[in-house]
Design a protein around this ligand. Structure first.
Ligand SMILES: *Cc1c(COP(=O)(O)O)cnc(C)c1O
Length: 463
């Protein structure tokens, strides 16, 4: 997808020829279960509910904008991944998608492990009581302080991302008299079919050590020599929002080849491989995500087949879904402030949030769905663009959508599939107050991350 497909203001003639939108749904009041979380429904009064609670009541109690997270759906997705991969594999939830203490507790209760990639994420995981041995520490530039904290906490694995880091982690571990379990992250030369900014396994990017030209084999050589390290496996993460299993297949094959080379050279069979995260979810009705069962089966078969061919015992597999677990479980609730029809173009619908609570549209050209949720409407579909309240014409939440033509200030809109990389990437642009995350389950709603206040903002401003 090209960045130029995301103009700040479209030329008149582009609008009907280049739009990404599809035809309006037959019934704008219907909710496609593909993009809405499990317990979302529309009741007899026409009001959308989640966990049995009406969005109008949620808006009154918690304000807008706000993220509402369907806890039952989150837990069900955790279980689906854990069940699909079974006892001989490990599922690590990628905390960067969305992390809070409540989420860490749910993960523990549902038997998942946790990936972190900063001191802040590690602190959150430990504060919520995640056992350190169930934590994996990632990142391409972990500070010495972060490595020390991870080693001291006793994290289950540190994923090494560079030659310098191999030495750094070994030194810190050795000076504390421990052998740190580590994996080496490799880049397998696969470019996942996704936006170039979030594809991470082709070679011209910052993550990992290339398999090409023996770089990764050299990293293994060095790691095996160092007393402070226990090398347990190889790690590969090929990108994000991927629907096609072909990239994972190539990645698994190349990682297994490296395991065979390591066995031939060192007589060591590394016991684990991690194939990363990146599985896509449905943001619109056009997206067709894979089920965890299907993914587990495909990956298991590829690894088993390749290992048999190489004469290796099948290693323990781990995966790291972030978006695929939390993404579909939340929606953002906004209130409409202004409705501005532009004759012959489209209608701009301004909501009370924007790029500060969802940067993905501006950053990745991401597509989203949106629905009127506080009532039903029988009005004609109206080509709309849902925009925020920030001082930026690129402040777009949903680029192209059909909304009912009688939309008016005060109506509530919900944007589904905002559980991943929305609150996690939220900013204070224009001194916006970052919205709360409210967990909803069985008729009860509770704040798990509270709304920021102006005092929060001013507390940091010490001038
Ligand atoms: C971001 C990331 C993930 C999770 O990616 P999703 O697209 O959210 O599944 C997993 N592993 C690593 C190393 C990552 O950087």
């Amino acid at each position: 997808m090209s960045r130029s497909a995301h103009p700040a203001g479209p030329r008149h003639a582009d609008v009907y020829t280049e739009g990404h939108y599809s035809a309006p749904a037959d019934d704008l009041n219907s909710l496609d279960e593909k993009v809405w979380s499990r317990t979302v429904d529309r009741n007899a009064d026409g009001v959308v509910t989640v966990g049995g609670i009406e969005v109008t009541q949620l808006a009154e109690e918690f304000g807008t904008p706000a993220y509402f997270l369907d806890e039952a759906d989150f837990r069900a997705r955790c279980r689906a991944w854990a069940d699909a991969f079974g006892p001989d594999a490990d599922v690590f939830y990628a905390g960067k998608a969305f992390l809070s203490r409540a989420v860490v507790k749910w993960l523990q209760e549902e038997g998942l492990n946790l990936d972190v990639c900063s001191g802040g994420e590690l602190a959150t995981a430990l504060a919520a009581g995640m056992p350190a041995e169930r934590i994996a520490f990632h990142g391409n530039n972990k500070s010495a302080d972060e490595i020390e904290r991870a080693v001291e906490a006793g994290v289950g694995r540190i994923v090494l991302d560079s030659f310098q880091e191999i030495v750094r982690v070994a030194h810190i571990a050795q000076s504390r008299g421990v052998r740190q379990r580590v994996q080496i992250r490799v880049t397998v030369g696969v470019e996942a079919h996704t936006h170039e900014f979030i594809a991470t396994a082709h070679e011209d990017q910052k993550f990992g050590i290339a398999l090409a030209e023996g770089q990764a084999a050299e990293a293994v050589r060095r790691a095996l020599k160092l007393d402070g390290l226990e090398l347990i496996g190889i790690h590969s993460h090929i990108g994000s929002q991927i629907f096609d299993m072909a990239g994972f297949e190539v990645s698994a094959r190349r990682v297994v080849q490296l395991l065979a080379e390591v066995r031939d050279e060192h007589g060591v069979e590394l016991p684990e491989i991690d194939l990363g995260g990146g599985l896509g979810i449905a943001y619109t009705s056009e997206d067709d995500p894979r089920e965890p069962q299907e993914i587990a089966k495909a990956l298991g078969e590829i690894v088993t087949r390749e290992c048999e061919a190489a004469g290796l015992a099948t290693p323990r597999i781990s995966v790291e879904p972030g978006r695929a677990i939390v993404g579909p479980t939340a929606f953002t609730l906004y209130q409409v402030g202004t409705v501005k029809p532009l004759e012959g173009l489209r209608t701009y619908v301004s909501v009370d949030g924007g790029m500060s609570d969802n940067i993905r549209t501006a950053l990745y050209d991401a597509e989203y769905s949106v629905a009127l949720v506080s009532r039903t409407s029988t009005a004609e579909p109206m080509l709309s663009r849902v925009v925020g309240k920030h001082c930026e014409s690129g402040d777009i939440v949903v680029k192209d959508a059909f909304l009912p033509a009688d939309l008016a200030p005060g109506d509530l809109l919900a944007v589904p599939a905002t559980g991943a990389y929305c609150r996690a990437m939220a900013s204070n642009y224009n001194h916006a107050l970052r919205p709360p995350v409210v967990a909803v389950r069985d008729g009860e709603a509770r704040v798990i991350v509270r709304r920021e206040t102006e005092e929060d903002l001013l507390r940091l401003d010490v001038g």
